[in-house]
Each structure stands twice: as C-alpha cells, then as structure tokens.
Design a protein around this ligand. Structure first.
Ligand SMILES: Nc1ncnc2c1ncn2[C@@H]1O[C@H](COP(=O)(O)OP(=O)(O)OP(=O)(O)O)[C@@H](O)[C@H]1O
Length: 259
C-alpha cells in the first residue's frame, strides 16, 4: 500500500450570530469523520459522493493544506500528517489537481514557463531536454504545441485544466489526487484525457485518487470505488454488482448509471 488514511477526522468551527453580535465558536461541524482508507500502489481508487460530503476536505488533509483534527496519514509507511516530511518532498511524491487548479496558473507566465518550473525544480539535470518534455506533456493532454507560447488568459477553461494535469505529470509523482479535475471538460475531451491518464498510470505504475460526484465516470477508469456520505466512507466496492452493495446511498448512486 502506498497511502493510508487512519481514522482521519476534520472538523470546522461553526460560528453563530447572537442578536447582532458574532458569538465565539460555539459548535463544530465534522466535514470528515473517522475515515480509514488505503490506496494501493498502481491503483486508481474512485472517491464518489454528493456535494458537501467531504471529498475535497479529505484531499486537502492529505496534501496538508488543512490540518487534521485527529487521525493519521501515512505515505509508504511514513507519517506525513505531522509535518516531519517537508512540503517539497511531499509534493514530489503526491500532486493534487483540483477543479479550480487553473486559477493557480500564474497569469504572467507562459505555458512553457509553467511546465518548465517543476522540471527545473525537481529534475535540474534534464535542462537540455526540458523543452521536449514540455512538448510531450502538452501532447499527452491533447494540447497543440503552439499553446507553449500562450498565457493562461489565452486558453479556455478546459485547456487550462489540461495544463494543470500536464504540470502535475511533469513532477512525475507517485500519487495524483484528481479532485473533479475533468468535470469541466466536454465529454469527448474528458474521455480522451481519462484515456491518457490511464495510459500514464499503467506505464509509470502511478496511484490515483479520483474524486468525483459522478459515479458513471469512475466505471471505466477506477479499480475500486469508495463511497463517501456525510463525511464518512460508507462503502468500498470493486464489483459493479448492485446486489452486493449495502448502503442506501450507494444504491441511490447506482440509479444515476447509464447502461
Ligand atoms: N474552510 C471551511 N470552513 C468551514 N467549513 C468548511 C470548509 N471547507 C469545507 N467546509 C464544509 O465541509 C463540508 C464538506 O465540504 P467539501 O468541500 O469537502 O465537500 P465535497 O464533497 O468536496 O463537495 P463538492 O463536491 O461540492 O466539492 C461542507 O459542509 C463544507 O461546507
């Protein structure tokens, strides 16, 4: 196993207004409750749940963008929740592509510079081949070579999202967390990007956590599915046989499948 979540809980304070004044924190809301989950090396694990079920919070906790309230996150038998592993080492091994990742593209950097940055940082010895690597990354996410000289503002939302996927691949991480990363792409592009991600995953033995509200999109792509409901993992399954499933919410999700 490459990534293990042990009893991960994340709560947020809830502040209530009291007669014109904001009171001090008087309660807490658990976005993620006691989640235990394992990601195997080379596996694509789908994490499916309705909006607000805690999927993004879980990804943020893995990336240490949010501190855990309790629980542990282990990467390859090393605890990463405690901060002993430096960010730069964590990000070399685990990358997150979020739905709004494109807002993280620097507006004054060309796509070439955006893709060169991780190559320079993590693989300085590849300086001579860096441009070729950028071109092959662009090709792999279905973008034209002339995108290299463009700025993010000159690309569509879907094209920017593909640049974010290429930037994550440039790091050559072991794990990529995709948080609704392809949700904004049109159906044809979505399917070609997923095909590419599958190919890269198999070639490089990558592990993916594929977060989505859309069970259908996980079917051809994921090896196992974890179902999240109101902050908890309520079911993990591999076989698409509804009769084997236990939780009512999973059955509701199955109603959305198109044969
Ligand atoms: N920074 C925050 N402060 C307070 N509450 C938060 C914060 N971030 C998330 N939450 C709450 O935690 C719960 C889970 O949110 P989260 O974004 O993880 O859900 P999600 O399953 O990813 O939803 P979506 O699919 O809509 O992105 C929600 O009730 C949300 O309002």
């Amino acid at each position: 196993m490459i990534l293990e979540l042990k009893q991960v809980t994340k709560t947020y304070p809830v502040r209530r207004r009291k007669k014109g004044w904001f009171s001090k924190q008087d309660s807490e809301q658990a976005a993620v409750k006691q989640v235990s989950l394992e990601l195997q090396r080379g596996e694509c694990l789908g994490l499916v749940g309705e909006s607000g079920s805690g999927k993004s919070t879980l990804a943020q906790c893995i990336m240490r963008l949010e501190p855990l309230t309790s629980g542990e996150v282990w990467l390859d038998r090393q605890p990463i929740h405690s901060g002993k592993v430096k960010d730069v080492h964590l990000y070399k091994r685990v990358q997150l592509v979020a739905q709004d990742s494109s807002s993280s593209l620097h507006p004054r950097m060309t796509i070439r510079d955006i893709l060169l940055e991780p190559i320079r940082n993590y693989f300085p010895e590849r300086k001579a081949q860096a441009l070729d690597i950028c071109l092959s990354l662009l090709e792999s996410v279905g973008l034209e070579a002339d995108s290299l000289e463009k700025y993010p503002s000159q690309l569509s939302g879907g094209q920017k999202q593909r640049v974010c996927i290429a930037r994550a691949l440039a790091v050559e991480p072991e794990i990529i967390l995709f948080d609704e990363s392809v949700a904004n792409l049109d159906a044809a592009t979505q399917s070609s990007v997923l095909d590419l991600l599958k190919k890269v995953q198999i070639e490089r033995q990558l592990s993916y956590l594929f977060i989505t509200h859309d069970l259908q999109s996980t079917r051809p792509f994921c090896d196992r599915i974890a179902v999240m409901y109101q902050g908890e993992i309520v079911e993990v399954f591999k076989d698409w046989d509804e009769s084997l499933l236990q939780h009512e919410y999973t059955h509701t999700l199955f109603q959305t499948l198109v044969e």
